[in-house]
Design a protein around this ligand. Structure first.
Ligand SMILES: [Zn+2]
Length: 412
């Protein structure tokens, strides 16, 4: 089997897809189910059909493009990622796994390989939490991690429900039917940029993921008392922003003192009401994002933060309420998928790093229903979710080559 990746075509397709954007280049903004995103999805579907793949979409908009194997009834081997992009993002997050996956399939077709198990490209819908406030909506539904009932309750910032939005996008099926049967996939591999600096620092161009860190996120609202910035004396204040400030520092402290570098916690949103220079903040909304490779340690950190928040509320006489948005378990990547990736690297003499994925991906949820693995390629300075995100063409092509060989191994 002579397997070759058409690097030039793959890079030019990545550039073409980047032009489906609501931001000035090089920035990419592609929020799920906007007119721009729908055009991008249609373009990807055309590329899949051009490659002779049979395309279907489910009710939430996950796109399946299948290359039929010699035993079509046997479980498929899957690969893929997402094409939606947060505001002001780059060209490579998700896209490398979708277009790289497609090129891996085309490379296998050109080589004359005939898969025993079907090989399927999966474009996950609504991976980014931008629109509906929860990440990986498509793969949560596929894996049954989120129920159809819970999904229908989600709304976007404009107040539109998931059902309204998806139906306008032409997706009329039943959300109950999105969940995949157990055994649907024999294995699943996602190619992705690292979104961190480790591969670049080590000057190694491939990373095989061992485990995916467990994310949790909360929305926290702090209610104090407002008042005139001149009139209310300091002993009488119930300043919600001062309470938030203490809580934010407590979050940082808890993560720093967990005893492991794998614990990370972030407050990335802080909405202050009324937000006037001469008014005491009466209400503050913050978000908490906390992750760890160890579930018990992450949950322990969450409990410590909860205690700190009760202490701060009592001391400052404010009320602090938190709402859990998601708390997912970590995932270990499957030995057979890691083995297939490592074997391909060894055959080419490509060095690789075994690593932890600190960002979470659709693979976290796929791993609940199928043996799953991930392959990372470096991105410059570890930058991601910003316009100067960059992955080198040769790294992308190398990733697609190793992906293709792993798909061949898993489907032979
Ligand atoms: Zn991604």
């Amino acid at each position: 089997m002579k397997l070759e990746i058409d690097q030039q075509r793959l890079i030019s397709e990545i550039e073409t897809l980047a032009a489906f954007s609501d931001a000035e280049p090089p920035a990419v903004t592609r929020i799920v189910f906007t007119p721009t995103d729908l055009k991008a999805r249609a373009w990807v579907i055309e590329r899949c059909e051009e490659a002779g793949l049979a395309v279907r979409q489910d009710a939430i908009g996950n796109i399946f493009a299948r290359w039929k194997g010699a035993e079509p009834a046997a479980p498929a081997v899957g690969t893929g990622s997402h094409i939606d992009a947060i505001p002001n993002a780059g060209k490579y997050d998700g896209v490398v796994g979708v277009l790289g996956g497609l090129e891996a399939i085309r490379g296998l077709q050109r080589s004359g390989f005939r898969p025993r198990n079907s090989i399927e490209l999966l474009v996950f819908a609504t991976e980014e939490p931008t629109r509906f406030g929860i990440g990986c909506l498509g793969s949560r539904l596929l894996s049954g991690t989120l129920s159809a009932e819970a999904a229908t309750k989600l709304r976007d910032r404009g107040g539109e429900s998931v059902d309204e939005v998806r139906k306008r996008a032409g997706l009329h099926g039943n959300l109950q039917d999105v969940k995949l049967a157990k055994g649907y996939y024999k294995g699943f591999v996602e190619l992705h940029i690292e979104q961190g600096p480790l591969l670049e620092l080590a000057q190694i161009s491939l990373g095989i993921v061992k485990s995916i860190a467990a994310p949790a996120s909360l929305r926290i609202s702090i209610e104090g008392a407002g008042g005139h910035a001149g009139g209310v004396l300091m002993p009488d204040r119930k300043d919600a922003l001062c309470a938030a400030a203490e809580l934010i520092l407590a979050v940082e402290h808890v993560a720093r003192s967990s005893g492991a570098l794998d614990t990370v916690a972030t407050v990335g949103v802080c909405d202050v009401f009324p937000g006037a220079v001469n008014s005491i903040p009466s209400r503050v909304g913050i978000t908490l994002d906390i992750r760890d490779t160890d579930l018990a340690r992450r949950d322990g950190a969450m409990r410590t933060i909860e205690r700190a928040s009760r202490d701060i509320a009592a001391k400052r006489q404010v009320s602090i309420r938190s709402e859990l948005l998601n708390a997912d378990a970590p995932a270990d990547c499957a030995p057979e998928v890691r083995g297939a990736l490592a074997e391909s690297c060894r055959q080419h003499g490509f060095p690789f790093l075994e690593m932890v994925s600190r960002a979470y991906h659709d693979s976290l949820f796929l791993s609940r229903i199928a043996p799953t693995g991930m392959l990372f390629i470096p991105c410059r300075n570890g930058y991601s979710h910003r316009p100067d995100e960059y992955a080198a063409p040769e790294d992308i092509a190398r990733g697609a080559l190793v992906l293709a060989e792993s798909l061949a191994t898993l489907s032979a």
